[in-house]
Design a protein around this ligand. Structure first.
Ligand SMILES: Nc1ncnc2c1ncn2[C@@H]1O[C@H](COP(=O)(O)OP(=O)(O)OP(=O)(O)O)[C@@H](O)[C@H]1O
Ligand SMILES: [Mg+2]
Length: 254
C-alpha cells in the first residue's frame, strides 16, 4: 500500500542463498502502528523476508541481495547504515522462546546495559515497564531474581517480547512466535500483539491462517519466493484476487 505511514518498504527486493533464489522482486510496505501478517507454505521465503528487515540474513556468507529495503526512507543496505542502530529500532522474536540463561531481571536489563544504561534504579524501571508491556508482570513480579529458564514456554515468549521492548524499538518482527505454544499461551500472545500495535509496528510470520485473520490489518501471501497478493486482511481472506491465494487460504495446499 502506498502511504506516508509506511515505516518499512521494499522495492523489487530479491534474495539469494548462493545460487538459491529465496525472494523474487518483492514490493511490500509495512505500515506504522499496524499488524502485517506474512503467510505462505513452508519454504516460500517468509523467514527470509522478515529477517531481511533487520538484516539478520547478513550472517550467511553466501547472501546476495537485489533491490532495496528502506526503514523510514533510508536504505538499510547503505554503507552508512549501522546494523546495531537498525536492530535497536527493529527487534526480532523467534519461533522458539530463547531467553538467556540468567535471571528475569538480567534478561531485560541486558540490552539497555549494552546501550550504556547502568544505574540500578533506571534499569529497575525499564525492567518493570518492559515486563508490564509484555503482559507478564502479574505472573512474575516476585520472581525477577529467578532463572528465566524456569518459566513456562508462553511466559518465556512474553519475556522475550519484554526483552525486545526494553530497548524501545519501533518495529517488532515476529517469526511464528506461537507455534511452540498451547492455545491458551497463544491467545495471550495474540492479545498482547494487538495491544502493542498502539505503540509499535508489527510484522508477523504465521502458519496459522486463523491467527493471521484474527490479529492482522494487512496480509501478504508469499509463494515460491514471490509476493502473490498483499492487501487488507479482510480482502485477502474474504475476496482474494488471485486463485492461488484462494486455494491456499481454503487449505487446498500448503
Ligand atoms: N541458510 C540457508 N541456506 C540455503 N538456503 C536456505 C537457507 N535458509 C533458507 N533457505 C532456502 O530459502 C528458501 C526460503 O526459506 P525460508 O526459511 O525463508 O522459508 P519459510 O517460508 O520461512 O519456511 P518455513 O515456513 O518452513 O519456516 C527455501 O527454499 C529454503 O530452503
Ligand atoms: Mg520460516
Amino acid at each position: 500500500m502506498k502511504s506516508n505511514n509506511n515505516i518499512i518498504e521494499s522495492d523489487k527486493f530479491s534474495f539469494w542463498y548462493g545460487n538459491i533464489r529465496a525472494l523474487k522482486e518483492i514490493d511490500i510496505q509495512i505500515e506504522k502502528n499496524k499488524i502485517t501478517a506474512i503467510i505462505g507454505p513452508s519454504g516460500c521465503g517468509k523467514s527470509t523476508l522478515i529477517r531481511s528487515f533487520n538484516r539478520m540474513n547478513d550472517v550467511y556468507e553466501n547472501a546476495i541481495y537485489g533491490g532495496r529495503i528502506t526503514f523510514k526512507g533510508i536504505n538499510i543496505f547503505d554503507k552508512k547504515t549501522e546494523i546495531t542502530d537498525l536492530r535497536k529500532c527493529v527487534g526480532m522474536i523467534f519461533q522458539k522462546p530463547n531467553p538467556f540463561p540468567m535471571s528475569l531481571w538480567e534478561n531485560i536489563a541486558y540490552g539497555p546495559k549494552t546501550h550504556g544504561i547502568h544505574e540500578k534504579s533506571h534499569l529497575d524501571e525499564i525492567v518493570e515497564r518492559s515486563i508490564k508491556l509484555a503482559a507478564l508482570w502479574d505472573e512474575v513480579e516476585n520472581r525477577l531474581g529467578e532463572s528465566a529458564l524456569g518459566l513456562s514456554g508462553g511466559q518465556q515468549q512474553r519475556l522475550c517480547i519484554a526483552r525486545a521492548l526494553s530497548i524501545e524499538p519501533e518495529v517488532l518482527l515476529l517469526d511464528e512466535p506461537t507455534s511452540a505454544l498451547d492455545p491458551i499461551a497463544t491467545g495471550k500472545i495474540e492479545n498482547l500483539i494487538i495491544e502493542l500495535k498502539n505503540k509499535y509496528t508489527i510484522a508477523i510470520v504465521t502458519h496459522n491462517m486463523q491467527q493471521a485473520a484474527r490479529i492482522s490489518d494487512y496480509t501478504a501471501f508469499l509463494y515460491l519466493g514471490e509476493l502473490v497478493e498483499f492487501g487488507p486482511t479482510r480482502d485477502i481472506f474474504e475476496r482474494p484476487k488471485e486463485k492461488l491465494t484462494e486455494r491456499y487460504i481454503t487449505g487446498r495446499f500448503g
